[in-house]
Every structure is written in C-alpha cells, then in structure tokens.
Design a protein around this ligand. Structure first.
Ligand code: PHE
Length: 452
C-alpha cells in the first residue's frame, strides 16, 4: 500500500502544503481574539515559549510517526508502536480534527459571507452599523448554516481530487499573496489615528494581566495554530519523501505561522484601538474591526478600500481552505484505507458528519442559543474541548510514545534521514520529547485544575 500512495511533488510543496494547514483562521481570527481576551503582550510571550519549547518538538514527533509508516494516522501510530493500544492516539487525532472542522467551517463560512458582502458592497457605514451587520448575520439561521455547508462542500470537492492536484497547487500560489497583503494591511492599520495604543498592547507585557487561564489558552492556541495534536501533521508527513529534513521543515513552518499570527495582531489591534473597539470582544473581533480598517484607512480612496477588502477576504477564505482540507484529509485517508472504501465515499462520510456538526455550531451562536454544553455555546464548547484538552492530550501521548516506547534507532533514522542530517540536534529533540513536552503539558493541566 505504501508504494501506491501519493507523494508531495517537491520540497517546497511539502513545506507550503503543511504550512497551508497551519496557517489559517487560527492565525488571523483565533490568535488576535485570544490575545485580546488574555491581555496582549504577556499572552504572546507565553505563546511563543509554547511554540519553541513544545510546538516544534511536537511537530517533529508527528512528522516522524507519519513518515516512518507512510500510512493514515491510525495505522501510522499502530505501526510505530508495534500495534498496541497506542494506535488510539491516531483515532483521538482523527476525532479531534473532525470536531475542529465542524466549528471551523462556521467561521470559514462567516469569511465567505464577508467576501460576498464586500464584493456587492453590503458592508459599510459607521462602527455601529458594521457591528450590527455581524450580529444580524450570525443570527440568521439559514445564511450562517448555508455558508458553513458551502465551505465544507468546497473542501470536499478539493479532497476528492487528491493530494497532488488539489492541495499542493492551491497552497503554492496563495500563501505568498496572503503574506504580502497582510503586510499592506499592517501598514494601513498602524497609520490610523491612535494606533500606537494597539501596538503597545501587543508588545508591552503587563504581567498583572496574566491569569490562570493564560497558560492553557496559550498552549491550546500554539497547538491549534500549528495543527499539532490532531494527527494532521502525521497524515501530511506520510506523504513526505525520505529526504525531507524534518527539523528544518518544522522550524520553517512554526516560524512562518507565528509571523503571520503576529502580523494579524498588528493588523487588528492598532485599528481596534483606533476606532474604540474593545480588544477583548471575543470571536467577533476581526469581523467587526476589519471592515472599519478598510473604510477608515482608505477613506481618501474608497475604490482602493473596496479592492483590498475583497482580496483580503478572498485570501482569508483560501487560508481557511488549506486548513480545512488538511482536517478533512485526516479522516478521509483513515476511512479510505481502513474501511477499504473509495476515497470518494470516505470523503462523503466525513463531509456528512462535519456538516451536521457545523449546522449545530452555527445555530448555537445565533438563532439557537439554548444549544449549550457546560454553560458555553456548542461552538465555544467544541473549541475549548479540542484546543484545551484534546490537542494537548494528543501531543502529550505522542511524546510519551516516542520518547519512552519507540526504539531509539527508529527515531534516529527518521530524525537524521538515515544519519545524513541534524545528527547533533537529535539528543536535544529526544530530551525535549521525553521530559520537556510531557512535563510542561502535565504542569499546565494541573495548574488549570487548581492542583498547583
Ligand atoms: N492550524 C489551523 C489554523 O491555524 C487549524 C487546524 C487545526 C488545522 C488542526 C488542522 C488541524 O487555522
């Protein structure tokens, strides 16, 4: 089976496709709103420490599992662990990715609506009108559900075209354009009156704002943003060639991902402070701030504002798409290879499950607010459950498995590409996945539970 599987075409394509999975709404939507809720710069510092100490070693671990076995997540964990109970880490990852896809599609659907609305010129007026537009939209059960479903269907059609044609091609072109446009918007946002306060909020840490939640939030955000803990990286790396340098790829992707998140922060907060929007306004933050940026920054030339808004939402949709593709691919590869059904059928199963979940999530933040679990809307609950519990758990178990139960020579072989690269770094990585990653995750869990 291994030989007949597709491979990503070139090294660049590998990094871009995996970066395409990592870069998405997690950077542009979730990172700014978490940063806003958790007090700004101090959160970012903890976040960066999580990326460096836990994220990069964790990414390499998933890469090792995937490339070693060249199978779907379930089989990959089964193979590297010798087929014992560890394979359920793969199942956990598949489940996590499926739940994430359910609520992620809702926000991606919001982006589609904003793309459409900015195209036809529906978003406009003062800050209050812009914010009313958002509230009315999410409270409309038909619109919000349809956009979410549309997003899942687009993902579905790309998935059934296969790894090379669909995923690679889209990532190659769109990632660089996204980066460029973000830079343009950062400059615009920082030039608005009163923008300096936003920059300060992002870069001057106020440690009095560090609450108990900051650590778990930053950990969850770091993992969410890197697509870590869902077996997504493991699934993608199963398509890697044997000469890909896993350490370097993880470093590049983590770096790109963090730069984009921070740029997104620099695009949102100066503008939010400038128009007087509270930084802690939660998931709606970017949908209310951004239209204001487009209007105010380009008031001297509204046509330019129009064009930039349309391009921006289009890129946001594509960034979200390269991420939803990766979430969908995890489950599709599993059903296709394990249940021996066609890729097409496997994709249909996943699309069906995620479609239902997406509808419920969309309703839970709009027309059907009674749909709650543990005092949170279903959508927030799924977000919290996956980012704060399931992702860290997946990464924790993977590092325990590799650090303590897999033969050292297997790890060495994958990490160093058969002894040709990164020989010296191997020891550091092994130490990180044996001690630093599991202990830090454990400490953060215990801290959150109030045990520490
Ligand atoms: N990393 C993606 C983002 O930042 C989200 C994602 C999570 C993708 C888990 C795949 C798996 O938007």
């Amino acid at each position: 089976m291994g030989k007949s599987r597709a491979n990503f075409g070139s090294r660049l394509a590998v990094v871009l496709a995996t970066a395409g999975s990592a870069v998405g709404l997690g950077n542009v939507w979730r990172f700014p709103y978490m940063t806003g809720q958790d007090g700004g710069a101090a959160f970012i510092l903890v976040y960066i420490v999580c990326i460096l100490m836990l994220g990069i070693p964790g990414m390499i671990s998933e890469f090792v599992v995937g490339r070693h076995s060249q199978r779907n997540a379930y089989r990959a964990y089964a193979k590297i662990s010798g087929g014992k109970a560890w394979r359920y880490i793969g199942i956990l990852g598949i489940l996590t990715a499926t739940i994430i896809l359910g609520f992620y599609a809702v926000v991606a659907g919001w982006c589609l609506e904003y793309l459409y609305a900015s195209l036809v010129g529906h978003i406009g007026g003062d800050a209050t009108t812009v914010s009313r537009f958002f509230t009315e939209f999410i409270n409309d059960p038909v619109k919000s559900c349809l956009w979410a479903l549309a997003f899942i269907l687009i993902t579905h059609f790309i998935i059934i075209r296969g790894v090379e044609k669909g995923i690679e091609r889209a990532s190659k072109v769109l990632m660089p354009i996204l980066l460029l446009l973000l830079l343009v918007l950062v400059v615009c946002s920082c030039m608005l009156p009163g923008a300096a306060k936003g920059v300060e909020f992002l870069f001057r840490p106020d440690f009095s704002k560090v609450t108990k939640d900051v650590f778990l939030d930053a950990l969850g955000q770091a993992f969410f943003s890197l697509s870590l803990g869902t077996a997504c990286l493991c699934t993608y790396s199963s398509y890697f060639n044997k000469d890909i340098n896993l350490f370097r790829s993880a470093g590049h992707i983590a770096c790109l991902d963090s730069v984009i998140a921070i740029l997104a922060g620099l695009m949102i907060f100066p503008a939010a402070f400038s128009v007087g929007i509270q930084p802690d306004s939660g998931p709606s933050l970017i949908f209310i701030t951004l239209p204001n940026v487009f209007q105010q920054a380009f008031a001297f030339m509204p046509e330019l504002g129009y064009v930039i808004a349309v391009i921006f939402y289009a890129l946001l949709v594509f960034a979200a798409l390269t991420s939803t593709i990766s979430m969908h691919e995890i489950g599709t590869a599993f059903f296709h290879e394990e249940m021996h059904i066609s890729r097409h059928r496997a994709a249909c199963i996943l699309t069906g499950v995620c479609g239902v979940l997406a509808i419920l999530c969309a309703l839970s933040v709009g027309a059907w607010t009674d749909l709650q679990l543990m005092g949170k809307s279903l959508m927030d609950f799924c977000d919290m459950l996956t980012a704060q519990i399931m992702l860290p758990l997946g990464a924790f178990l993977t590092s325990i498995l590799l650090g303590w139960f897999v033969a050292r020579n297997v790890l060495h072989d994958e990490f160093t590409n058969g002894g040709t690269v990164n020989q010296r770094l191997f020891g550091y990585w092994l130490f990180a996945i044996r001690w630093i990653v599991p202990l830090s995750i454990l400490l953060i869990f215990l801290h959150q539970l109030g045990v520490l």
